[in-house]
Write a protein that binds this ligand. Structure first.
Ligand code: MOS
Length: 766
């Protein structure tokens, strides 16, 4: 099967209860598919929205964390005497503090570290924490802690980590588990049939999530009950972790995440800072707030691993792929993570003979975490560049070459059908909307300013599923309350959820109150990530609204003396389809008034069996390359996306443009730089680490939504979008730059220096 992205962190998924009302797909829609500003737009823009970073409680202390300055070191002793005596300091905790021996970094049921470990395996690892009256007092006290380290040899480079005699990040060597190997057919025979073969090694650098809101929490105890405001993608896993760590019932732990300022995968895991804040809050009987300084967000909250990918790919002269040999090496950093990139190579194109191997190694660097389509943008960087080079070799247009070789079912044994897969439409309609042919004819390959076009395709290997529970309440005045568990990680979750209720019940969106992401008062959802929030939670929202509707129409049918099946809701009225005389305002349904409200519960139904669901996309861009400065100017970008039904066209476009911006970062501007002498990150700030700005994104960008509901997958016909939006972007840019320059720069990011070096070497060859 394909990659497993388990967003429910602790064990198997719960059973899915049956829904008491079946919700079918809408025959036509009035609200769904329209462009809607966010339901909380005013709060977000005006600043009245309370993010965890904004939370300030009476008597609250501020925490700070001491981090190891060495890439690899043993902690021999810690002297906190001076720090404890400093003004305003209320708590100092280290590995010597009772209650801090908490297992951390779990993988496959094994923990490889503790909250404050005796061995620090990267520069930035946690050594101690302080709580004080003010943030500055806490920071001062952290500096007054004296630590004696035994400095150990370290390795930060992925290839060097595998070399004999390399420093061991963990006992037992630097391999993270066994390499993942996927094979089919006969590779040698496949290459034997090939008339054209290309082979090249590609490299992507380590990218940082860099969300706007730093990582952090506020923890408050009331007796034995803990409340945590956390900047997280999922409140329920944080609740589970805290219940385990403090050996308390889940009911004693409340985690609130109403707003959060971005995560991109870095906020799927519970942070050590959350536990440290809670420990010090209990010690001091004061609320404690820990938000990480920006520098720590760069060094210690995860990253997209760097990858080195070698691909050999062959085709017959008619353009049919015959063999793919793919190898990927990635760095997990200091704690286990699978830095696999091969899935696109394995499944995107039909190819009977394949070998794909993913190797992951430990390095003495910040740990990798899932980051917006883990592994896929890197894999696209390699595969989609190789596809272009091969297309040129066999003399076929790169779009036509992709269309000719698209896999239309999952190449598993036995093959499995896709529930829906509009990748051909993404490529064809996208190329037409972009003006691919015209743009290709504008190509400039000589002079100072070159111009070229590039495209890349992808799928995303995850689509979500149960569990998800939603409750909708219709009040007697016709307004509604919607309660779901999912976090809105900036994508507009609350807005499409309200739009579904509006569509189903005819309640205007602005009369729907939305509650979410609170373990005490909210329904259950798995974390928002994996592009799975819409396809996992929207069917539960629809089922809850449908459950309300079924009851409402039942009561109205008695009142109007018709069959419930004859009734529908139209503009705030319950109307008989067969007899136009029979109608009733929703608020005039007597039983609704007598009860005060009608409540409906909805569950996410199971996914269909025997099929696979992937969202997919193709992106196109046109670039100018200045061969004097090495600068790339992105003139136009178009994303053509099949994510099933579009719920909110405005936030759909927003996701695509945001994903492109992040892909531009991977391909052109962003790179974590570690100092080879110290192992420390030297560009851990927004000045030296180049997240794309408004000047770096395309001069104009467009989104083409294929918008074909995936009726076979779930009741709303939806698939995910957030991750496919960033998968092909960097590869499309690389292809456009190669088109303009006539040479291929295989290592990301395509900085001015990299471009100038390539152009310079091209001059020498000529
Ligand atoms: Mo995403 S990497 O699942 O937030």
């Amino acid at each position: 099967m394909t990659d497993r992205h388990d967003y429910h962190v602790n064990g198997p998924l719960p059973e899915t209860p049956d829904n008491d009302a079946t919700a079918g797909a809408w025959p036509k829609t009035t609200v769904i598919g329209s462009r809607r500003s966010r339901v909380d737009a005013y709060e977000r823009v005006s600043g009245t929205a309370v993010y965890p970073h904004d939370v300030s409680l009476p008597g609250m202390l501020h925490g700070a964390i001491l981090r190891c300055p060495h890439a690899h070191a043993k902690v021999l002793s810690i002297d906190t005497t001076a720090a404890e005596k400093m003004a305003g300091v209320h708590a100092v905790i280290t590995r010597a503090t009772p209650g801090t021996d908490i297992p951390w970094y779990e993988r496959g049921g094994t923990f490889s570290s503790t909250l404050f470990d005796a061995t620090c395996r990267y520069a930035g690892e946690e050594v101690a924490a302080v709580a004080a009256e003010t943030p500055l007092q806490a920071a001062d006290a952290v500096r007054a802690i004296e630590v004696t380290y035994e400095v150990l040899p370290f390795v930060i480079d992925d290839a060097e980590a595998l070399a004999p005699g390399a420093p061991a990040v963990h006992d037992g060597g630097n391999m993270v588990g066994e390499p993942r190997l996927r094979e089919r057919g006969d590779l040698a025979a496949g290459f034997g049939e090939a008339d054209a073969v290309v082979e090249r090694t590609y490299r992507t650098e380590c990218q940082i999530h860099a969300p706007m809101e730093p990582h952090g929490s506020v923890a408050r105890w009331d007796g034995n009950r803990l409340t945590v405001w956390d900047s997280t993608q999922g409140v329920f896993p944080v609740q589970e972790t805290l219940a385990r760590v403090f050996a308390l019932p889940m009911s004693n732990i409340r985690v609130i995440g109403h707003y959060m300022g971005g995560g991109f995968g870095a906020k799927l895991e519970t942070g050590k800072y959350t536990v440290m804040a809670a420990i010090m809050a209990r010690m001091t009987a004061r609320p404690v707030k820990i938000f990480l300084p920006r520098e720590d967000c760069f060094t210690a909250t995860g990253n997209r691993p760097a990858n080195t990918m070698t691909i050999k790919i062959g085709a017959r002269s008619d353009g049919t792929l015959t063999a793919i040999d793919y190898h990927s090496l990635g760095a997990a950093g200091a704690y286990a993570y699978g830095a696999d990139t091969s899935s696109l190579a394995v499944y995107l194109y039909r190819c009977p003979n394949l070998r794909a191997e993913d190797v992951t190694v430990y390095t003495n660097a910040g740990k990798a975490r899932p980051m917006r389509a883990p592994g896929f943008p890197q894999g696209a960087w390699a595969l989609e560049q190789a596809m272009n080079e091969l297309a040129a070799k066999v003399g076929i247009d790169p779009i036509a070459f992709r269309l000719q070789n698209l896999a239309t079912e999952l190449q598993s044994d036995p093959p499995m059908p896709y529930t829906s897969y509009q990748l051909a439409a993404c490529l064809e309609n996208g190329a037409a909307a972009f003006g691919w042919q015209e743009a290709a004819e504008r190509r400039v390959t000589e002079g100072d300013i070159r111009r070229g076009v590039g495209a890349a395709a992808c799928f995303w290997g995850y689509a979500g599923g149960p569990p998800s529970t939603v409750v909708v309440k219709l009040f007697a005045d016709g307004s509604a309350n919607l309660n779901l568990g999912a976090s809105d990680i900036g994508t507009g979750t609350k807005t499409w959820a309200a739009m579904i209720v509006a569509e189903e019940l005819g309640v205007p969106v602005d009369r729907i109150q939305v509650e979410n992401a609170d373990t005490a008062t909210g329904q259950y959802a798995t974390p928002s990530g994996g592009s799975k929030t819409v396809p996992s939670d929207s069917p539960a929202v629809l089922a809850a609204a449908a459950a309300v509707k079924r009851q409402l129409l039942g009561f109205a049918a008695e009142q109007l003396e018709v069959e419930p099946g004859d009734l529908e809701i139209r503009d705030g009225e319950v109307v008989s389809r067969s007899d136009g005389e029979k109608h009733l305002a929703v608020t005039a349904v007597e039983m609704l008034g007598r009860r005060g409200l009608i409540m409906g519960t909805g569950y996410r139904d199971p996914n269909p069996e025997g099929s696979v669901t992937f969202p997919c996309a193709a992106q196109f861009c046109e670039v100018e390359v200045d061969t004097r400065t090495g600068e790339i100017r992105i003139l136009r970008f178009l994303g053509a996306h099949d994510s099933g039904r579009v719920l909110n066209r405005l936030t759909f476009d927003n996701q695509v443009f945001g994903g492109m911006a992040m892909g531009i970062g991977l391909g052109v501007t962003e790179e974590r730089v570690l100092d080879r002498r110290t192992g420390r990150m030297v560009n851990a700030n927004f000045h030296d680490y180049k997240v794309p700005t408004i000047l770096d994104v395309a001069d104009s960008h467009a989104c083409l939504a294929i918008d074909v509901p995936d009726e076979a997958f779930n009741s709303t016909g939806t698939k995910g979008l957030g991750e496919p939006a960033t998968i092909p972007t960097a590869a499309a840019i690389a292809n456009a730059v190669a088109d303009a320059l006539g040479i291929r720069v295989t290592a990301a990011p395509l900085t001015p220096r990299a471009i100038l070096e390539a152009v310079g070497s091209q001059g020498k060859e000529a």
